[in-house]
Design a protein around this ligand. Structure first.
Ligand code: ADP
Length: 225
């Protein structure tokens, strides 16, 4: 069974046969490269309806299936993607979504990484460093604060750390009290964000080995039922 997750930023494919046999991540518009010549496909993600499929499920269902495969005790799932953040409370079947505000999305981080001339990998590896305080939670207003800090001579790493903290504060405000919190989605690969979230929530978060693939895995698992 193939799980395909076509999100706003990236397209993810997981082939599942008793275990993860194969996986790939490409930019969303390159999704055709992920379509297998044969086999059943279960799709998920914002653009799931645009894909050929045998079955199709929401990202909420996919996130539950994929996450509990690795963490059966998960209580809350925080899925941080390119254009939105979803917080799913498995205990009472509820979820909240932020798809209105740029702060708290991967695209916002990509914008600042590019502005500061860093790759996402480099940005993600900035953590446990001194940070500048950024007061604006709006991505657009934050740009002028970032520029003002650059003008003052603050280094890029300090500014990145400040952006990550401000981002993490926004996400943390969506998360309910819980012991077992799992973070998935591409932004879970950003150690700086995870580190700031852990400090703000005073909790050790659970991160799967390939957090960006969890919804594609969930689709494959659901499709196999
Ligand atoms: P969507 O499902 O909305 O397309 P994803 O869950 O695929 O989103 O996440 C995309 C986001 O993941 C990007 O906007 C970027 O911020 C982040 N990301 C992707 N790869 C990395 C990486 N190697 N390090 C840090 N962040 C990353």
């Amino acid at each position: 069974m193939i799980g395909l997750d076509l999100g706003s930023t990236a397209a993810k494919m997981v082939k599942f046969e008793g275990k993860i046999k194969e996986w790939r991540i490409v930019r969303s518009h390159q999704w055709k490269e992920l379509i297998p010549s044969e086999g059943k496909i279960c799709t998920t993600g914002y653009f799931r309806k645009a894909l050929p499929n045998t079955k199709s499920i929401t990202e909420i269902t996919a996130a539950r299936y994929g996450t509990t495969y690795f963490f059966p005790d998960a209580e809350v799932i925080v899925d941080i993607g390119g254009q939105d953040t979803k917080v799913i409370d498995i205990r009472n079947n509820s979820f909240v979504i932020n798809d209105k505000c740029s702060a708290g999305t991967g695209a916002f981080l990509e914008f600042f990484a590019e502005y500061l001339g860093m790759s996402m990998e480099e940005m993600g590896n900035v953590y446990e460093v001194e940070k500048v305080e950024l007061n604006n939670t709006c991505g657009i207003f934050m740009l002028s604060e970032v520029i003002s800090n650059l003008v003052k001579g603050h280094g890029k790493e300090k500014i990145i750390a400040g952006i990550q903290w401000s981002f993490a504060r926004k996400i943390a405000s969506m998360i309910p009290e819980a012991e077992n919190i799992v973070v998935i989605g591409g932004v879970a690969k950003n150690k700086g964000i995870v580190n700031a979230l852990e400090k703000i929530l005073d909790n050790k978060l659970m991160i799967p080995e390939h957090p960006q693939l969890i919804n594609a895995l969930g689709a494959a698992l659901y499709g196999d039922k």
